[in-house]
Write a protein that binds this ligand. Structure first.
Ligand code: UDP
Length: 337
């Protein structure tokens, strides 16, 4: 499928007003799809999709994935569902663990049940968080998961996403075309501190205000930051490639970067002298918290089965993101912080 042959397949994107979701919506509209967005605007925003409202191929419905009648009605008109709606962000999950479990599991049950009724293809958005603090680097989709104890609420997100995958795979075994994608730290324009809550949004906001960047722990923990257009490409492949059905894929960049190096790079691009404020995890998240020390995907499976290839380096991606941030929340004097 290429942009010269528009694909008008009707698609539902749950969480389509969120950070990754809104970029996926743009991508799908560009391809010619008819797109319905379901979002409760808990962390998504009108601003993320404001530019789509005049597109006759796009419709927005404000509502929750816990509303099974609404989900059923929307899926009855779709051939493909990208299910991204969820309670996301470490801070959010730690603060509202019950809501996270109920929405992330209950919402996925609703989506899969209706998709099975209408034989609709489904992509479930999962997370690299499911690997927990496994030391088996790089993480492979069939590798073991290592989660901390249940009294540490951070792990409820990984547990809920893993349960979604289990459920999706049981539907796939019964013949429904379901795939799941495990996202690794997506970033790019529209990222914000309050919603998805990425460290990159926080550091940009702090740097633009001339504040010290807050490094949690020793700052040597690593992530594989993935530019959002690469994340979207992998998500789309998972929903359209014939070999993706019934499979789980890591969707991330292979570049491993420490949070300290990330902070330096953001200061360099913005033009600030690096200045850091170290905080303990306990001060930020309370006494019962565990961070993940290294998080790196193997993307061999996504590459071999569906031709996924992330193209943006962290440097290029940060430059684009900072350029967007400069325009959107610095010149508007409207920092999301
Ligand atoms: N982090 C940090 N300073 C901040 C926010 C986050 O050092 O102001 C660290 C956080 O402890 C984690 C990493 O940055 O080790 C990535 O955090 P984020 O919340 O973006 O996502 P995670 O990968 O933990 O889901």
């Amino acid at each position: 499928m290429n942009s010269l042959t528009p694909d008008k397949t009707p698609v539902l994107v749950t969480g389509g007003a969120g950070f990754i979701g809104s970029h996926l919506v743009d991508f799908l509209l560009d391809k010619g799809h008819k797109v319905s967005i379901l979002d409760d605007l808990s962390t998504g925003s009108h601003g993320n999709i404001a530019h789509c409202v005049d597109n006759p191929g796009c419709g927005f419905i404000e509502g929750t994935i816990l509303d099974s009648d609404l989900v059923d009605k929307l899926i009855s008109g779709a051939k493909l569902v990208f299910h991204l709606a969820a309670v996301v962000g470490v801070k959010n999950v730690v603060e509202f663990p019950r809501k996270g479990i109920e929405v992330n599991v209950g919402g996925t049950e609703n989506v899969l049940r209706s998709a099975a009724s209408y034989k609709c293809r489904v992509v479930l958005a999962s997370s690299s968080e499911v690997y927990g603090h496994s030391r088996d680097i790089p993480f492979k989709e069939d590798g073991d998961r290592v989660l901390g104890p249940t009294n540490i609420q951070r792990w409820s997100y990984a547990a809920s996403k893993a349960l979604d995958e289990h459920l999706g795979l049981t539907y796939a075994a019964e013949g429904l075309p379901v795939s799941a994608v495990r996202y690794f730290n997506a970033y790019g324009p529209r990222i914000d501190e309050s919603g998805y809550g990425s460290v990159i949004a926080r550091f940009m906001s702090q740097a633009f205000k001339g504040e010290k960047l807050t490094l949690y722990g020793d700052g040597n923990q690593t992530r594989s930051f993935t530019y959002v257009s690469d994340t979207v490409e992998g998500t789309y492949l998972a929903g359209t490639h014939p070999d993706a059905v019934g499979e789980v894929f890591n969707i991330g960049s292979g570049d491993e970067t420490s949070i300290r190096d990330l902070a330096h790079e953001i200061c360099r691009i913005i033009g600030n002298d690096p200045a850091f404020d170290f905080k303990s995890f306990e001060d930020v998240y309370g006494p019962a918290f565990q961070d993940i020390y290294r998080r790196v995907p193997s993307i061999e499976k996504a590459r071999n089965l569906m031709g996924f290839e992330p193209v943006l380096s962290l440097r290029d991606g940060l430059e684009k993101t900072i350029e967007w941030a400069r325009e959107h929340y610095v010149s508007a004097n409207n920092s999301p912080g």
